[in-house]
Write a protein that binds this ligand. Structure first.
Ligand code: BLA
Length: 517
């Protein structure tokens, strides 16, 4: 495990971000042993917020901070089965004759190890319950009535922006390799859009993704903060290094801070989107000045993230449903053309464009022995001839498809712009009739809106180490020689077409035989 100061761009997926031993300074963390409620670790900033220095708090119990009434309030909560449901508890601490009110957030790290996080409360006690309820109630019913994924995402970013006030709120969706794209955005008018931008998987390393699938929300109110170390007493030995996975104040990776600096961002919040127990994406929020949200508002945002997560299942299903209907209607048109044609070449003349749309390809080649009929963008001449031969020799299943042709056929590199993806079926191997469909390299099909923000920090050579521009370069490397993947319904459509085409070829053979007898 690399130490914090040894983390760099090459080993950052091994950085133990949950063991940083530091928190952000907008609250204090106390690690408390039950049942005595003895403070065994404390963040160094207790002096700033509570007026007691961390070293002298250690070894004492919580009555050092809280009077009898507050302590009783706390103890009542500790008897609750699910501690999370009591958060936040409003607790006050007397300091120089005045009472300061705190949001206290509790969870148990392990048995009898209680994590107590205190943030200065910023809203009056009763009002907050109502505002939480009101802001979320309307949003939830709107979210549930959106008809499809696109509108679900758009509505959610708009609602999160209204509730949180962040300058920019995005839905960031992962692909199967972990690369991501901004698929919805709500932003302050003056900002240039990130919508449609793509980023490599390395922008959010593995261990961070794992953490984000366990907890729903993290906030960095001010990226230029000084991390606050934890101070321990002798009774803390068994819980060192302290696992900060579920603390809300956890200090974030310095690499990520640098990334945000280079993006020109001053505050960041992200909310997990989880589908089928997997991290599907994030709601990513940026502010260009420091921005703090109190616990209630964070809880409202977290709740909306959870509601959106539940909706993903059905809305994504719907998306496929609409698309499948579309493919079906295209197939029907082609079948009509087939029924009114004498032979395969006639079909092809009639249904040119539909032949591509049936599987969402940009090009197709129908090979009849030495002859070839082409639609859209395809490899040409010799290149196509050799590819076809290769397909003939290697098509040993009902269908062949790949979103990365160069992996199995390295020569494909020269025509990556037309055929990084390929799907092929045999209509008649004896007569050497084949259909090949093509998709270009994905880079050609996605939308890159240009450098979204002027990078600010530079390294010795004058280049920013981490920036969206760099990320785009990296993402391009990640998706090199790859097309968009073939969906199951597209593969099914190709198989349907194959059946229909085989039929028309067989009919022709029949007719020829009848003529001959
Ligand atoms: C974390 N990286 C993150 C997070 C996001 C991103 C959203 C979650 C933390 C947060 O809420 O701010 C990335 N943010 C993005 C992207 C967009 C965005 C892609 O807004 C697009 C619009 N980061 C790198 C590289 C490394 C890296 C190269 O770019 C490592 C070599 C590391 N990113 C990194 C780490 C974390 C992270 C370690 C975890 C931070 C933490 O939770 O401690």
């Amino acid at each position: 495990i690399p130490a914090l100061e040894e983390v760099d761009l090459t080993n950052c997926d091994r950085e133990p971000i949950h063991l940083s031993g530091h928190i952000q300074p907008h609250g204090v963390l106390l690690v408390v042993r039950e049942p005595e409620l003895e403070i065994v670790q404390a963040s160094k900033n207790t002096q700033d917020l509570l007026g007691i220095d961390a070293e002298s708090a250690i070894g004492q119990d919580l009555s050092l901070l809280f009077d009898q009434i507050q302590l009783e309030k706390l103890k009542t909560c500790l008897r609750k089965e699910n501690l999370k449901t009591v958060n936040p508890i409003k607790l006050s601490v007397e300091r120089a004759g005045k009472y300061l009110e705190f949001d206290c957030i509790l969870h148990r790290q392990e048995e009898e190890v209680l994590m107590v996080e205190l943030e200065l409360a910023t809203s009056p006690e009763n009002l907050s319950v109502f505002s939480f309820y009101n802001s979320v109630r309307a949003t939830v019913s709107k979210i549930q009535s959106t008809p499809n994924l696109k509108e679900l995402c758009q509505l959610t970013v708009e609602e999160i922006r209204k509730i949180s006030g962040f300058d920019r709120v995005m839905v960031y969706q992962f692909d199967p390799e972990g690369n991501g794209a901004v698929i919805a955005e709500a932003k302050a008018e003056k900002l240039s859009p990130f919508l449609g931008l793509n980023y490599p998987s390395s922008d959010i390393p593995k261990q961070a993704r794992k953490l984000y699938s366990l907890n729903w929300l993290r906030l960095i109110p001010d990226i230029n903060y000084q991390p606050v170390p934890l101070v321990s007493g002798k009774n803390a030995a068994s819980i060192q290094p302290l696992d900060l996975s579920f603390t809300v104040l956890r200090s974030v990776s310095p690499i990520h801070i640098e990334y945000l600096q280079n993006m020109g961002v001053a505050a960041s919040m992200s909310i997990s989107l989880i589908k089928d127990q997997k991290l599907w994406g994030l709601i990513a929020c940026h502010n260009y000045t420091p921005k703090y949200l109190n616990y209630e508002l964070r809880a409202a945002c977290e709740f909306i993230g959870q509601v959106m997560s539940l909706e993903l299942q059905s809305k994504e299903g719907n998306e496929d449903y609409d698309y499948k209907l579309h493919l079906k209607s295209i197939l029907t048109k082609i079948f009509e053309d087939i029924s009114t044609s004498e032979n395969l070449s006639q079909v092809l003349v009639k249904c040119q464009h539909n032949l591509l749309e049936a599987v969402n390809a940009q090009g197709a080649a129908i090979v009849f022995g030495d002859n070839c009929y082409r639609v859209g963008q395809t490899p040409q001449g010799e290149a196509l001839k050799y590819l076809t031969q290769w397909v003939q020799n290697n098509l040993n299943k009902e269908i062949f498809y790949t979103d990365s042709l160069t992996k199995c056929y390295p020569e494909a590199e020269e025509f990556k712009d037309t055929a990084s993806g390929c799907l092929a079926v045999a209509i008649s191997p004896t007569q050497k009739i084949y259909v090949l469909w093509f998709r270009p390299e994905v880079i050609k099909t996605v939308n890159w809106a240009g450098n979204p923000n002027k990078p600010v920090e530079k390294d010795e050579d004058g280049n920013p180490r981490l920036s969206p521009r760099k990320s785009f370069e990296l993402w391009k490397e990640n998706v090199r020689y790859k097309s968009l993947p073939w969906k199951e319904c597209e593969i099914d459509a190709a198989l349907e077409l194959k059946k229909a085409m085989i039929n028309i070829v067989l009919c022709q053979v029949d007719k020829l035989e009848k003529l001959n007898t």
